[in-house]
Design a protein around this ligand. Structure first.
Ligand SMILES: *[C@@H]1O[C@H](CO)[C@@H](O)[C@H](O)[C@H]1NC(C)=O
Ligand SMILES: *[C@@H]1O[C@H](CO)[C@@H](O)[C@H](O)[C@H]1NC(C)=O
Ligand SMILES: *[C@@H]1O[C@H](CO)[C@@H](O)[C@H](O)[C@H]1NC(C)=O
Ligand SMILES: *[C@@H]1O[C@H](CO)[C@@H](O)[C@H](O)[C@H]1NC(C)=O
Ligand SMILES: *[C@@H]1O[C@H](CO)[C@@H](O)[C@H](O)[C@H]1NC(C)=O
Length: 314
């Protein structure tokens, strides 16, 4: 009996060290807490000498998840906007997908930003500061896409780090579960997804995808980094210019037109607007709080709030 006991003890010690190193690994890699927990449970069960096989449950749990990076291009001073969007995206949860929403801007320009943005990063870690002067229509989109391969090239990440990368506006509301559902059947290579411009067109090869939010597969971000085509020509309306790169580089053989699941807010009506309706992925041009609230209310966005005696919202 004795040797068995000491075997058990050293096994428990081994488990302990593995857990500690996993914790360190997890904090570095954002490995999923679930996997960690599942693994610790494996160790617990192994306390029972007959059930060591549960170790096999340590694996790439969620390895089949779609990984999506949503980059919201915004400006350093938009603190309240970021606060609001963190709420809007933070309360949506999606099965079968790992979605990172990050705010993208160029170099900070003011003294107070160095403190305020640093605080946000410490608390939320959802900001990417690109190496560029803040600009509109002068290549911020190019800097964003072409920086991604190096920003996410850590060897301990899976490859590709994200299957898809989206560029979105800060006045766009994305319904993440519907968004992910729409992506599931689509190819993970050479994909260019969005709301095709011109507004009346339903042909995804017509011109280009609207800046409200377009998505490409990771190979296109790599192509943008490597190719001369975007570098030759990046000034001008960024979504249009992006579409021109796709055409000139013969990229985006796979296209998906999200219209009319993606549209502009119904008011004021134009050829790009649509009534709010259940089959919605994205609503764009939410330029003020009234429009945001009308949209969130329409989708019963707060209906899943837990009841409690601590508050009462009629
Ligand atoms: C230990 O193993 C026995 C036999 O396989 C099983 O019946 C029992 O439920 C296990 N106990 C724990 C705590 O896992
Ligand atoms: C593990 O085993 C020890 C004795 O070997 C026992 O006291 C303890 O309750 C067990 N823990 C679990 C979780 O089964
Ligand atoms: C942005 O800031 C970094 C360091 O803070 C600096 O090295 C770089 O030259 C700046 N880039 C631009 C385009 O201003
Ligand atoms: C990632 O890219 C950076 C910048 O190009 C480079 O310095 C670094 O060596 C790369 N790391 C890996 C693991 O490829
Ligand atoms: C919101 O909830 C109402 C009442 O339950 C329901 O009739 C409506 O269909 C829901 N709207 C959406 C977009 O799901």
């Amino acid at each position: 009996m004795k040797p068995l006991k000491s075997e058990k003890r050293s096994f428990i010690i081994l488990c302990f060290f593995i857990i500690i190193s996993l914790c360190i690994y997890a904090s570095i890699n954002e490995a999923r807490l679930e996997d960690l927990l599942r693994f610790t449970r494996g160790c617990d069960a192994a306390n029972n000498s007959s059930s060591t096989s549960s170790f096999s449950s340590l694996s790439t749990g969620g390895g089949d998840d779609i990984r999506i990076l949503i980059g919201i291009l915004t400006l350093p001073d938009q603190y309240l906007k970021r606060h609001f969007l963190r709420l809007v995206y933070g309360v949506q949860s999606v099965e079968g997908a790992k979605i990172d929403v990050k705010f993208i801007f160029c170099n900070l320009t003011k003294e107070d930003q160095k403190t305020l943005v640093a605080l946000e990063i410490m608390r939320y870690d959802d900001i990417i500061i690109l190496n560029c002067p803040e600009n509109m229509n002068k290549g911020k989109t190019l800097t964003f896409f072409s920086s991604l391969p190096d920003l996410f090239n850590d060897t301990d990440r899976p490859y590709p780090p994200y299957h898809y990368v989206m560029k979105a506006d800060d006045d766009t509301f994305l319904r993440l579960p519907n968004f992910v559902e729409s992506l599931k059947p689509l190819p993970r290579e050479d994909l260019y997804y969005g709301y095709v411009i011109p507004c009346r067109s339903m042909d995804p090869f017509k011109h280009y995808m609207s800046g409200m939010g377009y998505l490409v597969s990771w190979d296109i971000a790599e192509w943008i980094k490597e190719s001369e085509i975007p570098r030759k020509h990046f000034e001008g309306p960024e979504d249009k210019v992006f579409g021109e790169w796709m055409r000139e580089g013969r990229r985006g053989k796979n296209r998906f037109n999200g219209k009319w699941s993606m549209y502009n807010f119904p008011e004021p009506p134009t050829t790009c607007t649509h009534e709010l309706w259940p089959d919605t992925i994205a609503v764009h041009l939410l330029k003020n709080q009234v429009k945001w609230i009308r949209t969130l209310k329409y989708f019963n966005f707060t209906a899943s709030m837990k009841p409690s005696k601590l508050y009462h919202i009629p």
